[in-house]
Design a protein around this ligand. Structure first.
Ligand code: AVI
Length: 322
């Protein structure tokens, strides 16, 4: 696989975001995008197989069942860009369906080079599919992919796994609008969205019995220790999952077990935690099917079709740029 890599001052940005999130007054926060270093990505792959976390299996079931129909609804030849491909496992069905129709370029866009390599291992054997990876943030990568477009070719953008749910609702619509601006009329966006479900089911999904999600959350502190020369005592924090009913989302926090001070050398700060104080690390918004159609219209897409899983409420939404 060809990979377009960029030299970045990633550590500097990481330090700046950690400082901004932890030194702020009020609720401390860390961006959830930093979960996904090598350890975090591996833990996330395990989460996807846990009996409590049905989201990924629902996404995969829908793609397995409906890939042919999804491909049939696309106009003409397409190139595929996937934002946040992860291991690429669930994309196989779509690429196989496209490969049966035409030779297709697949452009995974990922900030993790490990995920890009996993993707190549997972999907490199599919006939008629050529993979070119972009080690980029989503929108930067999509802009470059769009520049590769050949005349008469449409783009199919994949944003699966309900990653949109990790944005606040207004930021989610803004992101869809930014994606739409890069696209041309007739291009498609396949958007995976987790739907609302009972609180008890969500709490189990985000606080599993084996503690894998807890390890995934706590790894963020261990990562800060490794990469930013910090001295978090990871054992002095607890994983907490809770439901925010008003915002219709699950939240993950890391709660300090005692009063403590942590120094983060690369960010040039020392942060004080009170006993019981939390760092908010992730929101996972849950949607109604109708709300997706409205948000899509707001962003400049019409909803061509929706497929909903019956075992675990989850929707695959095929949106067409108007
Ligand atoms: C990637 N994202 C959609 C997952 C979610 O459900 O919000 C990440 C995750 N967090 C805890 N478990 C899984």
């Amino acid at each position: 696989m060809l990979v377009h890599a960029i030299p970045t001052n990633a550590t500097y940005e990481f330090a700046a975001e950690v400082r901004a999130g932890l030194a702020r007054l009020g609720q401390k926060e860390l961006p959830s995008k930093y979960f996904y270093d090598d350890v975090g990505s591996a833990l996330f792959e395990v989460i996807c197989r846990l009996p409590e976390y049905g989201l990924t299996r629902a996404d995969e079931r829908l793609l397995r069942r409906h890939s042919d129909e999804i491909v049939d609804r696309l106009a003409g030849p397409v190139a595929v860009a996937e934002l946040g491909s992860g291991s690429g496992k669930k994309t196989r069905w779509l690429l196989e369906a496209l490969g049966r129709r035409q030779r297709t370029f697949y452009y995974p866009v990922e900030i993790s080079r490990t995920a890009l390599s996993m993707c190549e291992r997972e999907l490199g054997d599919i006939d008629s599919i050529s993979i070119v990876g972009f080690e980029r943030e989503y929108l930067d990568g999509l802009l470059e992919v769009a520049a590769y477009r050949q005349s008469g070719q449409h783009l199919l953008v994949l944003f699966l796994g309900s990653t949109i749910g990790n944005f606040d609702r207004p930021a989610g619509v803004k992101f869809l609008t930014q994606v739409r601006r890069i696209l041309e009329p007739g291009d498609a966006l396949l958007l995976g969205t987790d739907l609302e479900k009972p609180s008890a089911q969500l709490l189990q999904a985000y606080d599993d019995e084996l503690g894998v999600t807890a390890a995934f959350n706590l790894n963020l502190l261990a990562r800060i220790n490794r990469e930013l020369d910090a001295d978090f005592d990871v054992g002095q924090f607890t994983h907490v999952a809770k439901i925010n009913h008003e915002e219709r989302r699950t939240e993950m926090h890391l709660q300090s077990k005692r009063q403590q001070v942590v120094s983060i050398s690369a960010a040039e700060v020392a942060i004080e935690f009170q006993a019981g104080e939390t760092i908010w690390t992730e929101s996972s918004h849950k949607y109604s099917a109708a709300e997706i159609v409205l948000a899509a219209a707001h962003a400049g897409f019409r909803c061509e079709a929706q497929w909903i899983d019956e075992q675990w409420p989850f929707a695959e939404n095929l949106l067409i740029a108007v």
